[in-house]
Design a protein around this ligand. Sequence first.
Ligand SMILES: [Fe+2]
Ligand SMILES: [Fe+2]
Length: 178
Amino acid sequence: MADKPFLTDIKTLRERARKHIEDGAITPGYSGDRETAVKILNEALATEIVCVLRYKRHYFMAAGINAESVAAEFLQHANEEQGHADLIAQRIVQLKGEPNLNPEGLLTRSHAEYVEGTDLVDMIKEDLVAERIAIDSYREMINYFDKDDPTSRRMLEGILAMEEEHADDLVSLLETMR
Ligand SMILES: [Fe+2]
Ligand SMILES: [Fe+2]
């Protein structure tokens, strides 16, 4: 039998919770580096917003050239990226940070690029590139948060799964256009 208990006893837990009530969801047991966490999440937020803008641009342009099914896919992705942005902003506030929604520097903070694309195939390819960048950077962020911040990690795992779906959708779209 281990003489060191695995769980913190209830009395200590309660005392710690009372000590820093103003920290909200962030208890002393949070072993992550909050400042770095907020910085990383703000980069993810910028990435999602750039993706919303790029998909919206592609949606309106595709609608203009009568490619309805492709346009519908672009719009759906735009809305889902907006959902991701909201989740991330919410988590930043929970971590006592501030979501950076300043348009200035947005592209510098974002991992993915804003490329308008010349035609439908070009737009789909650019979106696929952006999704692949997002997939790689989310994977890295998930490894970073690991056990130090399971809430941020799980949120990002959910988002990552969706970016993988997006990439899959775009590959299928490309195949139908050959
Ligand atoms: Fe996303
Ligand atoms: Fe995506």
